[in-house]
Design a binder for this molecule. Structure first.
Ligand code: TLP
Length: 359
């Protein structure tokens, strides 16, 4: 890459092996079901996450939306974490396009809704009320440092969902990060949910796409929803070819990204003026904040880093940042970032540039 870009793992460029596979991909018209490379990717993805079938979609947002619209209809209610991606960062798609009523609940420090509260949220059979239909989950949980939520939580949620006849969908945008951090397979992480979507285009480095997986019947229905959403692609094998490399070559190495995120969090913890919780960092996302001693806004610091060192960092509100590690960020890049960030903060306090913190 041409810069050190911590804004997201979505910024990753495809690997050289992906470029070759894309150039050589066998293709056909996928809306007719005739693209052999898409078919191969869908089967591979389903096998990896332990489901019967898969559907290649344009994005994580489309995967979640297709799942929600397949599980639920107008006037149905989806119970969802109030800081989850499906609720907060997908433009309200479930309500706008599906008439599905979101029922947001608070989450704890690692992204779990309280199951007693979930149970209390179930609607009675009453003509005044929406119908409880779906529980939306996320793993790893993006807004909580990408925390990998332990599997027993999903087992308990499954029992609750079964008691009330609800379906469960998991936004597994970073499913493989969760699996690697938990030391289990992606199929284990997804075992309790009816459907799961995961992204090829984040830490796995493919340029485009996600795969939605579930039973064969569910995916058959979701395929029609994908068409309705304008997501039926044609010679998509060129994209799917990169997805196959992503699944075959890029999942196990995610541990490296997690180590770099830990290196980053621990380094930040040594910089005066920074608030960060390294013990909360288990995958590739680090949220951190400025304390009151720093007179500059997060946006000003982001701009300074970009200008002086071609380091791109995301500000997350006036005093906060998010850094995401990925394939294109090496250990030395993290050390360089820590030095630069330390210098910028020192300058912001009007002190001499310090060399007392060793990264
Ligand atoms: N997340 C993006 C932004 O939208 C915030 C990022 O940079 O992290 N689920 C989760 C948990 C996600 O983090 C994302 C993307 C999605 C779904 C949506 O994926 P895309 O961007 O492919 O629609």
């Amino acid at each position: 890459m041409d810069r050190i870009d911590f804004r997201s793992d979505t910024v990753t460029w495809p690997t050289p092996n992906m470029r070759v596979a894309m150039a050589q991909a066998a293709i056909g018209d996928d809306v007719y079901g005739e693209d052999p490379t898409v078919n191969e990717l869908e089967a591979l993805a389903a096998a990896k996450v332990g489901k019967e079938a898969g559907l290649f979609v344009a994005s994580g947002t489309m995967g979640n939306l297709a799942a929600i619209l397949t599980h639920a209809g107008r006037g149905d209610e989806a119970i969802v974490g109030q800081d989850s991606h499906t609720y907060l960062w997908e433009a309200g798609g479930m309500a706008v396009l599906g008439g599905v009523v979101p029922h947001p609940l608070p989450t704890d420090s690692i992204g779990r809704m309280d199951l007693a509260q979930v149970e209390q949220s179930m609607r009675d059979d009453d003509p005044h009320l929406p119908r409880s239909r779906l529980i939306l989950l996320e793993n790893s949980y993006g807004d909580k440092n990408g925390y990998p939520i332990p599997l027993h939580y999903f087992a308990a949620t499954r029992a609750l969902a079964d008691r009330h006849g609800l379906a469960m969908h998991m936004d597994g945008a970073r499913l493989f990060n969760a699996a690697v951090a938990l030391g289990v397979s992606a199929a284990d992480v997804a075992q309790h949910v009816d459907s799961v979507s995961f992204c090829l285009s984040k830490g796995l480095c493919a340029p485009v796409g996600s795969v939605l997986c579930g039973t064969a019947v569910f995916i058959h229905q979701a395929r029609q929803v994908r068409k309705l959403l304008g997501g039926g692609m044609r010679q998509a094998g060129i994209l799917a070819a990169a997805g196959i490399i992503a699944l075959n070559e890029m999942t196990d190495r995610l541990a490296e990204d997690h180590a770099h995120a830990q290196q980053l969090a621990q380094g930040l913890a040594r910089i005066p003026g920074v608030i960060v919780a390294p013990e909360q960092v288990k995958t590739n996302i680090v949220f951190f904040h400025l304390d009151d001693a720093i007179p500059y806004s997060a946006a000003a610091i982001v701009a300074a880093l970009r200008q002086r060192a071609n380091i791109w960092l995301g500000d997350h509100g006036p005093r906060s940042f998010r850094a995401v590690t990925h394939y294109w960020i090496r250990r030395a890049d993290v050390a360089f970032f820590l030095e630069q960030f330390h210098d910028v903060l020192n300058n912001s306090r009007g002190e001499a540039v310090g060399d007392s913190v060793d990264f």
